[in-house]
Design a protein around this ligand. Sequence first.
Ligand code: SF4
Length: 224
Amino acid sequence: MANIDAVYDLLDASYHPNIEFIESKSTYEHLIAVILSAQTTDRQVNQVLPKLFAKFPEPGDLAAADRSEVERIIHSVGFYRVKAKNIIAAARAVHERFHGQVPCDLDELLTIPGVGRKSAHVIRGAQFGLPAVIVDTHFSRVVRRLGLAESADPEKIEYAIAGQLDERRQYRFSMTVNLHGRDVCHARKPRCAACVLLGVCPRIGLPDALDDLPSKRKAAPPGA
Ligand code: SF4
C-alpha cells in the first residue's frame, strides 16, 4: 500500500493549485452543472451552461421551465431527457425547500434529485471548502492501483480514503488523483514509466515489469 500522504505531496506538487473542471458563477450553477456532467465530458457541459443560465438564471426560473425547452438547450450533453427532468426538479428543490440556497449538508444535498454522493462531495469541496472525497471512475482506478482501497464500491472507497487522510487534504487529493487518472494512470495503458508516483506505487493489478504493460506488449512485433 502506498503512503497516502506521500501520494498527496507528490501529486500536489505536480498540478496547478486550482483545478476546476466546471465553469460556474455560483453554487447553484455548479450544482446544475454537476448533475449535467454525468456520463459526459466537462467540455460538453461547459458549452451548454451559458445558454441554460442566460435563459434560466435563478432556481425559480428553471423550476418553472418548460421541459421541452430545457431538453433543447441541453440536448448535446446526452441523456438529455432524464437530465432535463432532474435539473428542473433540483432547481425546484433548491427554490422551494432551501429558499434558493444550495445546502452544504451532505444529507440535505442527497435529497436533491440527480445528486448522488459524488456530486454532493463535488459541491461540498468546490463550493464550501468542506472535506470531500470524490469517487469517480478515474479516482477509483488510481487509488486501487495504489493499494489505498480494495473494494470497487464507490462508497467503500470513499470511507477508506476518508479514514486515511486529513480532512483538510481530502478535496485537493480528490482533484489531483482524478487529474492523474485522466492524464497518466489510464485504464488500459497507464504510463507508469513516466509517473511521478512510480517510486511509491505498488501498481496493484498491473504486471511487475514495466515492459509487460499491455501497451508495450501490444507494440511488440509478432513472434518476439
Ligand atoms: S505508477 Fe502506474 S499504476 Fe501507479 S499511479 Fe502511476 S501510472 Fe498508476
